[in-house]
Design a protein around this ligand. Sequence first.
Ligand SMILES: C[S@@+](CC[C@H](N)C(=O)[O-])C[C@H]1O[C@@H](n2cnc3c(N)ncnc32)[C@H](O)[C@@H]1O
Length: 266
Amino acid sequence: MPGQTVGVLHDADGYGEAFADVYDDWYGSSFDTEGAVAALAALAGAGPVLELGVGTGRLAIPLAAHGLTVVGLDASASMLERLAAKPGSDAVLAVAGDMADASAVVRAAAARGGVVPPRGYRLAFSAYNTFLNLHTEAAQQRCLEGLAALLAPGGAAVIEAFVPADPADVPRTSLDVAKVTTDAVVLTATEHDAASQVVTGQHVELRDGQVRLRPWRVRYLTTDQLDAMAADAGLHLDARWSDWRGTPFDDDSDTHVSVYRVGSSQ
Ligand SMILES: C[S@@+](CC[C@H](N)C(=O)[O-])C[C@H]1O[C@@H](n2cnc3c(N)ncnc32)[C@H](O)[C@@H]1O
């Protein structure tokens, strides 16, 4: 059933429902999509590939154009509608569901037919801070365990995320100007809870006398914390870069691309 949406929506769809109509316009050109697709295609081998939080298909569509079987999981019906409207999306099998329960969602979709079951994936990945949209430690841990269960022997789980600042340097609240055009302004308001490592935000769009709130929430992680959680899930770190081009990761890196493999490193 290429291009078709299967599965059930969960209440994890908040981010996608809030941003689907502006995601490509606001963020589409700010990514190194070409570098990401090249790196992911190299890691995928002959596939198949699973993307968690596939969104509008920025990565999944070009990966499928490489001839790879690509399954794209997302909780947001609106994001998946945007994906389905794009040329090339027929080659991506969209699955609706919560990535916290990725293994169960994929298993259920596979039982209905058309999706590679757990233990079948050469590559499972989550790009551009999407993993952090799981905003409790329990959900993040469950997702990592799901990734471990989905991968074929030797397969790779890849997470791209920002490196958090020292929490002591992050103010409890903030208000910034994100975007100004001749007919609108977008402000970003945040509240930071250092104890839970959660940042709750609102993009506040003011346009023609109207206010539109777009909420989001992330639970940030240091790379050490992510490695420890991954190890608990049975995944060991194989490589870490600063970006998709393989720039070495160091203390000054703002982002990381972390590649994990199933099993211990021995
Ligand atoms: C930042 S966008 C990334 C989209 C795409 N991967 C990209 O890199 O352009 C995050 C995506 O993850 C989805 N998402 C957020 N939380 C989710 C969850 N718990 N389960 C499944 N999808 C989720 C959102 O609906 C959205 O489409």
